[in-house]
Design a protein around this ligand. Structure first.
Ligand code: AKG
Ligand code: FE2
Length: 349
C-alpha cells in the first residue's frame, strides 16, 4: 500500500435489491437512506444486489483481454478523431486537464482505452446530432460486439435503477432523473493499464490515469481485483479502493454535484497501478458513464441553492469543456471547485 494512503477509508456497501427485484416500502427506505449517506459523505458506493449475471461480466472481461491483446499497430487502426469513440493509445490523454489543474505539459496518462456508446440514430423519433453522440466502431475481434453489448445493456439497466433511487433519496418525483436521461449520452470505456516490461520509467508525472472527477450523472465501474484506484477522501488524503467481491463501484459525476450544490459529492479519483519488480501490474476496468440528455439543462435544485450556486449548464457544454481538457490539452477553466480540492490534497501526497 502507498505509504500516503490509509486503509481506514470506508466506501459504504449498499444492497439495491429492493429496487431491482422488489421489496417493501421499508426495504426501499433503507436503500434510499444508505444511498443518501454514501453520496453525502463519500461519493463512491459498493453496489450489491445489482443482478448482473457473472457470465455477462466474464464475457466483458474476455472481450477486453482479446482487444487489448492485439498488437499496438492494429489497435491504432481503431482510432476515431474528434469523437469519444474507438481506441485511445497510451499517453494520448491527460485527465487532470479536465479539471484545469496545470500539472502537465504533455499527455501523461498511460492507460489505453476503447470507447463505445449510445448513438443518436438509435433515437428514431428525436432530431439528434451524431456529432454530440458518436458512431461506434467495432473491432474485428470474434464476439467482441455481442459480449460488450450484453454488458452495456446490463450497466445501463443498473444506471437506471440508481437514478430512480437518487430521485427518491433527494425527495424528488420518481421521474426526475428519467426526464434528464431519456436520450442520455452514455459511454462505456474499457481501460487497460499495462506497459511492456522495461518500456518505461514511471517518473513523477507518468501515471495510470490522472486525478479527475467524472463528468456526468453517475458512473458504474467494473474493475478487476488488481489495486490501483485511489479516491480522495474528505480528509484530503488519497485512499486505495477496490470493489468487494461481486460488487460494482459506483460514483457520482459533476452533474449530480451541480444538481445538489455539492451536497452529494463528485469525488476526485485517480489510478496508480502497482509496480512490481519494475513492471506495472496489468489492471483492467470498465466504466459506464451515464451523462444525461445532450440538451438537458442542469440546474441546482431550489432546496439546495445558496449564494454560491453553480450556473445552469447544458450537458453538451459541460461535457465539451471536460473533453477539451482531457483530450486536447485545453485546461478546463470552469472546474474551479474540483481543481481547488486537488491542489489542497497535493501537499498531503
Ligand atoms: O480504472 C479505474 O478504476 C477508474 C477509471 C476511471 O476513473 C474512469 O475511466 O473515469
Ligand atoms: Fe473516473
Amino acid at each position: 500500500m502507498n505509504p500516503h494512503t490509509s486503509d481506514t477509508f470506508d466506501v459504504p456497501a449498499v444492497d439495491i435489491g429492493p429496487y431491482v427485484h422488489g421489496g417493501t416500502d421499508a426495504d426501499r427506505a433503507r436503500v434510499t437512506g444508505e444511498i443518501d449517506d454514501a453520496c453525502t459523505r463519500v461519493g463512491f458506493i459498493q453496489i450489491l444486489g445489482h443482478r448482473i449475471p457473472d457470465d455477462v461480466t466474464d464475457g466483458l472481461a474476455g472481450a477486453v483481454d482479446d482487444f487489448f491483446g492485439l498488437p499496438l499497430d492494429e489497435k491504432k487502426q481503431y482510432r476515431v478523431e474528434g469523437a469519444n469513440r474507438g481506441y485511445s493509445p497510451p499517453k494520448s490523454e491527460s485527465l487532470s486537464l479536465s479539471l484545469g489543474v496545470e500539472s502537465a505539459s504533455r499527455m501523461n496518462d498511460f492507460f489505453e482505452a476503447f470507447n463505445v456508446g449510445t448513438e443518436a440514430r438509435s433515437f428514431t423519433d428525436l432530431d439528434l446530432s451524431e456529432s454530440d453522440y458518436g458512431i461506434n466502431l467495432w473491432p474485428e475481434v470474434a464476439d467482441f460486439r455481442d459480449r460488450v453489448q450484453a454488458y452495456y445493456t446490463e450497466a445501463s439497466r443498473v444506471a437506471g435503477v440508481l437514478t430512480r433511487i437518487f430521485s427518491d433519496a433527494l425527495g424528488q418525483d420518481p421521474e426526475f432523473f428519467a426526464r434528464l436521461t431519456d436520450h442520455s449520452i452514455d459511454v462505456l470505456r474499457m481501460n487497460n493499464y499495462a506497459l511492456p516490461e522495461g518500456a518505461v520509467t514511471v517518473d513523477g508525472d507518468l501515471t495510470g490515469m490522472g486525478e479527475h472527477t467524472d463528468f456526468g450523472i453517475v458512473t458504474v465501474l467494473w474493475a478487476d481485483c488488481v489495486a490501483g484506484l485511489q479516491v480522495l477522501g474528505g480528509d484530503g488524503v488519497w485512499h486505495d479502493v477496490a470493489p468487494q467481491p461481486g460488487a460494482l463501484l459506483v460514483n457520482l459525476g459533476d452533474l449530480t454535484a451541480r444538481i445538489t450544490n455539492d451536497r452529494w459529492m463528485s469525488t476526485l479519483h485517480r489510478v496508480k497501478p502497482p509496480i512490481v519488480d519494475g513492471t506495472i501490474q496489468r489492471r483492467r476496468s470498465v466504466a459506464f458513464f451515464h451523462d444525461g440528455n445532450v440538451d438537458a439543462v442542469i440546474s441546482t435544485l431550489p432546496e439546495f441553492a445558496d449564494d454560491e450556486c453553480y450556473e445552469p449548464i447544458t450537458v453538451r457544454d459541460h461535457i465539451e469543456a471536460k473533453l477539451a481538457g482531457s483530450r486536447q490539452g485545453k485546461a478546463n477553466a470552469k472546474a474551479v471547485r474540483e481543481a481547488a480540492r486537488v491542489l489542497a490534497a497535493a501537499g498531503k501526497q
